[in-house]
Design a protein around this ligand. Structure first.
Ligand code: BES
Ligand code: MN
Ligand code: ZN
Length: 497
């Protein structure tokens, strides 16, 4: 369950809730709510600053308890950084840090006054969505595969109200959107975090069925191996050969506009575990390859959000779900696969498997005559080298589509950065034995992977998001992030009438 988001109208000193959140700049200026708290508590915040206990540094938060003259027992003073540098990123950080403290307190709800603070170039709706999503992201906990805990008596953090914005239709719509996006993000994170012995291709298909069953207007079709054989999906099936888990091609459709309106198509890489296959990956860090279905999780999450918002557009979401394993029956380097498009592919590395399942999914997507295709995939380590963990790689030849996707990412703090997709790179995919090779050599790996995909989209408006760096947090306890659900959902919201 996501957090519950509401609007609050109380003034800071009068809000009778377990905790209120106010802001403090590094230059000692108080947010309006903080100033009221200071006034009604006879200077408690000024004394706090004098003592040096609160500095206002961005990312710091100080909890005060039992202030005289303030209805709420707790006041969380959140650092906002330098006032003249306060911007969208700082707002997001302050909202996130305050929520991190809130979820650790023995309380179920709070009122945040951070939303009253002006953010240059951003409106109330943006502040509400951003603060709500930051709070929900902090509140998420992964529990699925731990021993069940006895129900604790301390309350769990479950709802947050935002103050200082108009209680109007625009604000309500913003919180609705935030709830839908948060649902999509949570869906993607949970699916991403599950281990591959649970989250196999059939499991992802079962999750898609849950989405279809829960929403009128959503239909599901799951193609089995035999149907994929009939369609000639030799590339996707080649990858699946070494796995004991049957591959699934999951097709969800949302009909939010008239029959004639061409759909938007989302395609997500669903490798439920990537061992590399016969081109086996090294052992260290291989466990992270359970996240190799985060493209699938991301497009399903965005689809879920779009269906919950009943967006006025048609949408088709296609997920090839396959496990990449070494085996006596596995595909091998030098195999030639024949894709559904008819193009033959020389396999030079069985670890470049994502593009091999995506190419057949992209060909299949064109059956729906989509107006746009966007794919999301944890496709290349090279993308992580190029852009690190902050930006997803965006590759498309369509400048307008690129600008729209970049804008959606900027708005939702789920940013992407464009890499070129010039034809100059295509020659790296030449093969002496097939129409195309599945790897492009050591340079520009993220781009040559996109070049490979581009050969299967036949002039359709198409963009590729490489989320290899952004889909999960590094480290032993690193969790799936739910990216690029916010970017994709915002893109769809902006396209719906
Ligand atoms: N799933 C990986 C890409 C990946 C690697 C994502 C590390 C995140 C972190 C993909 O299937 C893969 O193995 N790609 C190869 C391609 C290479 C063989 C051309 C890679 O990036 O090394
Ligand atoms: Mn691989
Ligand atoms: Zn992979």
């Amino acid at each position: 369950m996501t957090l519950k988001f509401t609007l609050a109208a109380d003034s800071a000193e009068a809000a009778a809730v377990p905790c209120i959140v106010v802001g403090l700049y590094e230059d000692r200026a108080l947010s309006p709510a903080a100033a009221r708290v200071d006034e009604h508590s006879k200077g408690a915040l000024k004394r706090l600053i004098e003592s040096g206990d609160a500095t206002g540094k961005l990312g710091n938060a100080t909890l005060l308890f039992g202030l005289a003259g303030i209805a709420s027992p707790r006041v969380l003073v959140t650092g906002l950084g330098e006032q003249k540098k306060f911007d969208a990123a700082a707002f997001n950080r302050a909202a996130s840090e305050s929520a991190r403290v809130l979820k650790g307190l023995p309380i179920a709800s709070a009122v945040s006054f951070l939303t009253e603070i002006d953010v240059p170039g951003r409106d109330d709706a943006w502040k509400l969505r951003t603060a709500a999503l930051a709070a929900d992201s902090q509140a998420y906990r992964y529990t699925a595969t731990f021993k069940p805990k006895e129900k604790s008596k301390t309350p769990q953090f479950e709802s947050i109200a935002f103050a200082g914005v108009g209680e109007n239709a625009g604000s309500k719509r913003a919180l609705n959107q935030a709830t839908a996006i948060a649902n999509g993000v949570r869906f993607a994170r949970e699916l991403g975090n599950l281990p591959p012995n649970i989250c196999n291709p059939a499991y992802i298909a079962a999750q898609a069925k849950k989405i279809a069953d829960a929403h009128a207007g959503v239909t599901l079709e799951v193609l089995e191996r035999e149907q994929m054989e009939k369609l000639g999906m030799g590339s996707l099936l080649g990858v699946s050969q070494g796995s004991a888990h049957a591959p699934k091609l999951i097709v969800l459709r949302w009909q939010g506009a008239g029959e004639k309106a061409k759909p938007y198509a989302l395609v997500g890489k669903g490798i439920t575990f990537d061992t590399g296959g016969i081109s086996l990956k090294p052992g260290a860090g291989m466990e992270e390859m359970k996240f190799d279905m985060c493209g699938a999780a991301g497009v399903l999450g965005a689809f879920l959000a779009a269906a919950e918002l009943k967006l006025a557009l048609n949408l088709v979401c296609i997920v090839p779900a396959v496990e990449n394993m070494p085996d006596g029956n596995a595909y091998r380097p030098s195999d030639i696969l024949t894709s559904m498009s008819g193009l033959t592919i020389e396999v030079l590395n069985t670890d470049a498997e994502g593009r091999l399942i995506l190419c057949d999914a992209l060909t299949y997507a064109q059956k729906f005559e989509p107006q746009v295709i966007i794919d999301a995939a944890t496709l290349t380590g090279a993308c992580v080298v190029a852009l690190g963990k902050h930006a997803s790689g965006l590759m498309t030849k369509d400048d307008e589509l690129a600008d729209q996707l970049l804008a959606s990412g900027n708005l939702t703090m789920d940013r992407a950065w464009r890499l070129p997709l010039w034809d100059d790179y295509q020659q790296q995919l030449e093969s002496g034995f097939a129409d195309v090779a599945n790897i492009g050599g050591k340079y520009a790996g993220a781009i040559t992977a996109a070049c490979f995909l581009s050969r299967f989209v036949n002039g359709c408006r198409w963009a590729h998001l490489d989320i290899a760096g952004t889909a999960w947090e590094e480290g032993r306890k690193g969790l799936a992030t739910g990216r690029p659900v916010p970017l994709l959902t915002q893109y769809l919201i902006d396209r719906s009438a």
